[in-house]
Write a protein that binds this ligand. Structure first.
Ligand code: PGA
Length: 238
């Protein structure tokens, strides 16, 4: 687990943007899981704003998670956030990305589809995640172990409450569909990106507490190439 502190969230975003650009340059057929939420938005925007030519035509982008029952047109879905900030500005073609179909009546099959895609492509080269205030990673909530591939989860109350910030109007949330922590552990590189004061305490626990499913983010202590990239505020206790 390597911790890197950046001056502020803009510098952090720039570093993450450059990391992703370099990853695709070095391995054009890279398979990567990308998170949504507020944290990575600026990094995604910078990839197109920087005007560097980067060719995603052999790569595969997989959305980290979705709220079950929330469709892709909703501004709070993972797909919407990644599409608007990264895929559309870069004109990335549909065959180079996929997201969970959170409206599917057969979520178990949906999980298997994404598991098979990752397996068929020889595993993940990279996964980038944020961190919830309760230590969740993707929608792997406290209590779900490190041995799951893609799965459906019951959301923690804190996630349901905090999750409202992504939506214009109150939205009913109860379950999530998510890439599991076993995929994260098997990825060649896993990056946790966090910014802002409110993430400082959970990051302190993430790097210091005994790894346990009670705090999914502690999985980073077990990763052979786990990167924790933070801004100064989020990293002030680590
Ligand atoms: P955020 O979400 O980037 O909106 O803070 C992080 C998360 O819950 O994983």
């Amino acid at each position: 687990m390597k911790i890197k502190k950046h001056k502020d969230s803009e510098e952090l975003s720039l570093a993450v943007a450059n990391y992703i650009i370099q990853l695709v340059k070095d391995k054009p057929d890279a398979t990567m899981v990308l998170t949504s939420g507020d944290t990575p938005k600026r990094a995604y925007q910078l990839i197109s704003e920087m005007g560097v030519s980067v060719d995603f035509s052999e790569s595969m982008i997989i959305g980290l998670d979705e709220w079950v029952g929330v469709g892709p047109e909703s501004e709070g879905s993972c797909r919407y956030i990644v599409e608007e900030n990264l895929l559309k500005p870069l004109n990335i073609s549909e065959e180079n990305y996929t997201f969970f179909d959170s409206l599917s009546s057969d979520l178990a099959t949906e999980c298997k589809r994404v598991d098979k895609l990752i397996l068929d492509r020889g595993g993940l080269d990279f996964i980038i995640v944020g961190i919830g205030l309760n230590g969740h990673i993707g929608l792997n909530e406290p209590g779900y172990g490190f041995d799951n591939y893609c799965h459906v989860t019951d959301l923690a109350q804190m996630t349901i409450d905090v999750g409202q910030k992504y939506f214009d109007s109150e939205t009913s949330l109860s379950k999530g569909i998510t890439v599991g922590l076993k995929h994260l552990l098997e990825a060649k590189t896993a990056m946790l990106m966090a910014s802002g004061n409110k993430k400082a305490k959970i990051l302190k626990n993430t790097v210091n507490d005994e790894p346990s499913s009670k705090m999914p983010s502690t999985v980073f202590q077990l990763h052979k190439n786990g990167l924790i990239w933070v801004d100064k505020e989020a990293g002030r206790m680590i």
